[in-house]
Design a protein around this ligand. Structure first.
Ligand SMILES: Nc1nc2c(ncn2[C@@H]2O[C@H](COP(=O)(O)OP(=O)(O)OP(=O)(O)O)[C@@H](O)[C@H]2O)c(=O)[nH]1
Ligand SMILES: [Mg+2]
Length: 452
């Protein structure tokens, strides 16, 4: 495991350079990951603020701060600074000439990262990591005398994380253990709806294009199969990939018995009644009139004449839980049109006495702590805000919002991602039981005498 060489005293000095309380998150150490520029560059996160530290053999620490991931050859960074810390002093030198604050090159064999000309990290002729220091007018005068290939012991890259990002105590409890995951899985496998007239629970996923409806289905199936499935119905199309009503039974394992859960995929919601899944069609699907495989057309609503139309759907043809799927990365900027569509749907579905929840996807994309480990979902302040917004957009209470991380780029399943997905499924099934237990008429089976 990579461990930082930073001792507490020098870490405190370094953290004082930041006006707000921050903490460091180690991404790279040369000693652990390799003395090559490509190793260092590959460890930058996609977003964030970063600090590079060089531990010189003299005992001094020199380094630089970037308020953004380096991307371009000359990167303007008004917040950049270089610094030096040793046992007597800690000095910070803010950038003066913003335009040249960061010089970056990640071309193969020519990789380098430099803070003006004050501190340059690059590969030497032997393709090993190497550091030059000197004084340069890009930053406030450092008084550093020029030293090429200065002897050093280690180079580290850290991400700067605001302390306020992670709450000390999670605001919802979840057992992040294999045992906890195992019992959630068992619950799903053995689940039988409390209402005996229900054979199975049909859950409809509705949301804008690309929100992760199909990925959720794929992810739940992946959890049950124990490996990430690669299926063709997941896309990156902005206009919506899935056009049909398609129901997926969730099996307990590959080739195993179906659980009582069926997840239904539909055309993405549009903004208003003219594109995407219309309000009329959504309600027709929910009431169970729409046939499996129905191909949606925004301008041709489903009606009695539609091929396969069910005029008298049974309780088992209906949808038993409506799930609004929203992307955590986009929820803050939900358009007025989409908000109106979601709220109208929510109000209409409430009128049908059908439980509703919000599934918030892409949770690892909005918070570093969650990206590191999804077990931080309920400790992440950023995510809490996104969940509050998701609740507001749809018009449901926060307790109805379920965060998930769908499998997207991973090739194998992971315990905590599974737990979060299974927990969402658990809440959906719970919501169905809570609702249907209330008003489901007793079936003949209820009245039959108990046989021992
Ligand atoms: N990182 C990440 N990516 C996700 C997540 N959910 C979905 N994606 C990605 O987002 C893209 C769209 O996902 P889909 O599942 O196809 O979205 P959809 O809602 O079914 O979209 P349409 O069928 O087009 O309406 C895909 O590239 C997925 O891999 C998630 O939780 N995290
Ligand atoms: Mg889809």
């Amino acid at each position: 495991m990579a461990v930082s060489a930073l001792d507490l005293g020098r870490e405190k000095q370094l953290l004082k350079f930041f006006p707000e309380p921050v903490r460091l998150h180690l991404l790279y150490t040369a000693r652990h990951h390799g003395f090559k520029m490509s190793d260092l560059i590959s460890k930058f996160d996609k977003v964030g603020r970063f600090v590079v530290i060089v531990y010189l053999e003299s005992g001094t620490m020199k380094g630089g701060y970037l308020s953004e991931r380096p991307e371009s050859y000359f990167q303007e960074d008004k917040g950049a600074f270089v610094f030096e810390i040793d046992h007597q002093k800690a000095n910070v030198f803010p950038v003066v000439k913003h335009r040249d604050s960061i010089i970056f090159n990640n071309q193969y064999n020519n990789e380098n990262l430099a803070f003006g000309h004050c501190l340059k990290i690059y590969n030497n002729k032997d393709k090993t990591l190497c550091v030059d220091v000197k004084e340069d007018d890009t930053y406030t005068p450092t008084g550093w005398s020029e030293e090429l290939e200065v002897p050093f012991m280690d180079v580290e890259l850290h991400r700067i994380q605001s302390v306020g990002d992670v709450l000390l105590n999670p605001w919802r409890e979840l057992s992040w253990t294999e045992k906890g995951g195992g019992s959630l899985r068992k619950n799903l496998v053995s689940f039988k709806p409390a209402c005996q007239s229900l054979n199975r629970v049909r859950v409809l996923l509705m949301g804008p294009p690309g929100s992760g409806k199909s990925s959720f289905i794929n992810s739940v199936r992946s959890v049950m199969f124990g490996r990430v499935l690669l299926l063709p119905f997941i896309g990156t199309a902005t206009k919506g990939l899935i056009k049909k009503l398609k129901s997926y039974d969730i099996r307990s394992e590959r080739g195993g018995k179906p659980t009582a859960l069926t997840l239904c995929d539909v055309l993405a919601l549009g903004e208003g009644e003219t594109t995407g899944l219309t309000l009329t069609d959504a309600l027709t699907v929910i009431k169970g009139h729409a046939p499996e495989g129905h191909k949606f057309q925004s301008d041709v609503p489903i009606k009695a004449e539609t091929s396969g139309y069910r005029p008298n759907p049974s309780v088992n043809d209906q949808i038993h839980c409506a799930v609004f799927v929203l992307n955590a990365c986009q929820v803050m900027t939900t358009s007025e049109d989409l908000t109106r569509t979601l709220r109208t749907l929510q109000a209409e579905i409430s009128g049908l006495d059908i439980p509703q929840v919000v599934l918030l996807t892409h949770v690892a994309q909005v918070c570093h702590a969650v990206q590191e480990d999804v077990k931080f979902v309920y400790s992440s302040r950023i995510l809490q805000e996104k969940m509050q917004k998701a609740a507001e957009v749809v018009g449901l209470p926060l307790s109805y919002v379920l965060p998930v991380k769908n499998y997207s780029s991973e090739l194998s399943v992971s315990c905590n991602t599974d737990i979060l997905l299974l927990s969402a499924v658990h809440h959906i099934l719970q919501a169905v039981d809570d609702t249907y237990e209330e008003y489901c008429p007793p079936t003949p089976a209820d009245a039959s005498p108990v046989t021992v």
